[in-house]
Ligand binder design. Sequence first.
Ligand SMILES: [Zn+2]
Length: 465
Amino acid sequence: MLTLIKGGTLVDDTREQRGDLLIEGEKIIKTAARIDAAVADRIIDASGLLVMPGGVDVHTHFNIDTGSAVSCDDFYSGTRAAACGGTTTIVDHMGFGPAGCNLHHQLEKYHRDARGKAVIDYSFHGVIQHVDEAILDELYAMVHMEGISSFKFYLTYQYHLNDGDVLRLLERLKEVGALATVHPENDAVIAHHRQRLLAENKRAPIWHALSRPVACEAEAIARSINLAQLAGNAPLYIVHLSNGLGMDYIKLAKARGQPVWMETCPQYLLLDIGHYQREDALKYILSPPLRPHPELDSLWGGINDGSIDTVATDHCTFPYSLRQARAAEDFTRCPNGLPGVENRLALLFSEGVAKGRISASRFVALTSANPARLFGLWPDKGSLRPGSDADLVLFDPQRRQVIRHADLHDNTDYSPWEGFACDGWPVITLSRGEIVWQDGIFCGQAGHGRFIHRKPFFLKHQEAK
Ligand SMILES: [Zn+2]
């Protein structure tokens, strides 16, 4: 079956130009200024629309079991929400498994969780919760047999690693062709602050933010970067950057030629610490926390000047009702995380492209092409080239839409973006040639999404633009 997307503006990470795009089955086979409509079995009219590679969200947590709660989006509702927002690939961060479990344990759990449920294509980042010879030896098979070419380690939470383990891990990840990703917050700082705050009975949501200040994150970023350099310049990807000081450390490392990349999320660009003074503050508890406004401005600086490589969501949904039941009296009992997988593209387009801060091509780089390159998905994903998967979002740059949780497709009971007006909106999403979202209606199918066996990490191939 041949599908012709006609009369749109084709936008990838390098250029935008008027043109048509032809799909055969699951693949893009041709782009040109004009393709004859007679060749096609089906025509999608894209006049007035931007035709872009579908979004690649490399930071979600579907079905995550934190020990005290399981997030309420599974691989069906989570990928459904993603598809309705123009995202066609997700790479989910595995949660911790039982103490001492090997890497395959969580991989098998995640395959079971996702198989038959995902609406769009997906992969997982491995998680490192302890380091020993067996774990280090298992990495090669994870990368080369299982297609898991990135791993996350934590510097806080129950299974955070010490410096020696981080060093050994980074050396081995580099050796086997994997990209290390890090959740950087200083665990001792958080413990120290929490102990003092609880003793003083300071348990309101604002203390969540004040217990994890900017320096608590920035210190851990600087430490991770230096350990990566000591590990022979091991490639390192910083997740969910929330502040300017941390960004400055990363920029310094980049300027020295160190292979380091950084991700931020819409909430760190658009929501500030003032949200913790609201009556519904528990809706905004996540880590790192929302920051004072100057940090948001710094991050926009990094979006503008090319320092920030990717925008992901860290989508992790715990209902407001659960948050209230658990944490009305004590912020430390609140499950962490925000919903967001459905609105990433619209928010960044509206605040970035519509407001004239970035070009449409830079938007594609941040939301699709760069994450695809870094995580071994390129050029199947993140590209409009012939041979790439026909994973596309058709975006109406003129459409103004106000976000209402009632219209969204996740399983939680609120949106942190309620009432937020977006200029520009995804109107059609295709996943490998199949329309999964059109005219405000979800039309995808559980099980259409396939696990993607990702390529190993090689610096020369995956350089972000
Ligand atoms: Zn996360």
